[in-house]
Design a protein around this ligand. Structure first.
Ligand code: URP
Ligand code: ZN
Ligand code: ZN
Length: 464
């Protein structure tokens, strides 16, 4: 199967130019003006942008949520992700009860993703039992294609929580083996204290989720993680940065040439904490951690992205439904499973709120939604790039589309979409995954199970 894309404008993390692309054997073989080669499929991309397929480095498709229950929607919903313009996800592989990190990774690959997943994927290790043999396993993560591991400073009392000693040990050891540590930075003790105080005062509704996780709680933990990483001589990636103060901590560390990286997620860039006060318990749909903030923080985050203080934008997709799972916390906001779906909407929401508003350039858009996440996770330049020899993961993107987000147009596997009813500018029209046409005119035309595991290379082999 070979494909010729004609007349489009290629946008990469560095530049933008009109060119044709010839694809064969899953790879980009030729980029030149006026390629006149016969092909099985010819795509006319006149007036369209040709973008590298999105890389979403933060999804929880097959995951335990913070309450210990299983997310309701898994890899069988990943056709919606492709329709939204993401061709590779890096999903979290939480340690299953009684199992090690590597067994849990293998389980995700062979028992969950294989034959089901529609997108290409890599995995992050995720510690849920710090008392198990994780320190013996870390040296072997990379040989299993997993160069990243996530630790939670938040969620005290849940299996996800780790203390500073574990954080220090994991950072120190990971640094020696080229593993990048991703950290969920929130001060668990202060959240616990505030939650108890609020419940004692009879405050049970979803809106109190945000009040009990104020910005200083996140900023303090981000600063602590950065300090501990420095002492351990380790790179650290602070995930889902939601407030100005945490972004500032990353900015300061980077100004000192420390290997500190930051991630934002779509909902913190688009939505505010006002959503948590929706009536009829609808505010629970917006319960995620760190919580939604206000316009001041949204502006600060976009500024941090523009200035490369933050390097990646992800979805933090959680397939937690409203009808059953969110209602676990109907009488008590602390019991609402954290997280919302979003992988299917990341590309157009970031285009709408970032590029169309002039907050970031098209190049920066490509960098934070595709190229840099590929680097961080050791899969660049196979993924995240339009260049000779890269996988032909390509979006044909119509920047002139104007519409409204509607769950019915692209069902995401759960019963709500936090972006429902919002303006959408730009739309993914076609998607190629390794040269296969898998989305045509916005519709999925691929095969479930076509997704492939992409092993990542270690830190130092892949980016600086
Ligand atoms: O609210 C969130 N983010 N839930 C998913 C788990 C996590 O903290 O990343
Ligand atoms: Zn997290
Ligand atoms: Zn997450």
């Amino acid at each position: 199967m070979n494909v010729l894309i004609k007349n489009g404008t290629i946008v990469t993390a560095e530049n933008e130019y009109k060119s044709d692309i010839f694809i064969e054997d899953e790879k980009i073989q030729m980029i030149a003006s006026c390629i006149n080669q016969s092909a099985d499929l010819i795509i006319d991309a006149q007036n369209k942008y040709i973008l590298p397929g999105g890389i979403d480095q933060h999804t929880h498709f097959d995951a335990l949520c913070n309450s210990g229950c299983m997310n309701t929607s898994g890899y069988e919903a990943t056709d919606s992700v492709l329709r939204g313009g993401t061709t590779t996800i890096i999903d979290y592989a939480p340690q299953d009860p009684g199992k090690g990190l590597i067994d849990s990774i293998e389980f995700r690959k062979s028992k969950r993703a294989e034959g089901v997943i529609a997108v290409d994927y890599s995995l992050h290790a995720l510690v849920t039992d710090a008392t198990s043999n994780i320190l013996e396993e870390i040296p072997h993560l990379a040989e299993n294609g997993v160069p990243t591991i996530k630790l939670f400073m938040a969620y005290k009392g849940s299996p996800l929580y780790v203390d500073d000693g574990v954080l220090f040990n994991v950072l120190s050891l990971s640094a020696r083996h080229g593993i990048t540590v991703f950290v969920h930075a929130e001060n668990a003790d202060i959240i616990d204290t505030l939650q108890k105080r609020y419940l004692a005062e009879g405050k049970y509704e979803p809106k109190y989720h945000a009040e009990t996780r104020p910005p200083f709680v996140e900023a303090e933990a981000a600063e602590r993680a950065i300090t501990i990483a420095k002492a351990a001589g380790a790179p650290v990636h602070i995930v889902h940065v939601s407030c100005a103060e945490a972004a500032k901590a990353i900015q300061n560390a980077r100004a000192n040439n420390e290997p500190v990286f930051g991630e934002c997620v779509t909902h913190h860039l688009v939505l505010t904490d006002v959503e948590l006060s929706r009536p009829n318990f609808e505010g629970s749909k917006y319960v995620c951690s760190p919580p939604l903030r206000n316009e001041y923080h949204i502006d600060a985050l976009w500024n941090a992205i523009k200035n490369n203080w933050i390097q990646t934008i992800s979805s933090d997709h959680c397939g937690i439904d409203y009808a059953v799972m969110k209602h676990l916390g109907f009488d008590d906001f602390t019991q609402i499973p954290n997280g919302s779906p979003g992988a299917a909407d990341r590309i157009h929401m970031i285009w709408t709120h970032g590029v169309e508003t002039g907050r970031i350039s098209k190049q920066r858009f490509v960098d934070v939604t595709s190229t840099y996440p590929a680097k961080v996770n050791g899969i660049f330049p196979q993924k995240g790039h339009i260049g000779i020899g890269s996988d032909a993961d390509i979006l044909i993107f119509d920047p002139n589309y104007r519409g409204i987000v509607n769950l019915k147009d692209n069902p995401n596997g759960v019963d709500f979409n936090v972006y429902e009813g919002l303006k959408q500018i730009g739309k993914v029209e076609k998607v190629l995954l390794r040269g296969m046409l898998v989305v045509n005119d916005g519709e999925f035309v691929g095969q479930m199970g076509q997704g492939r595991f992409i092993p990542g290379k270690t830190y130092g082999q892949c980016y600086q």
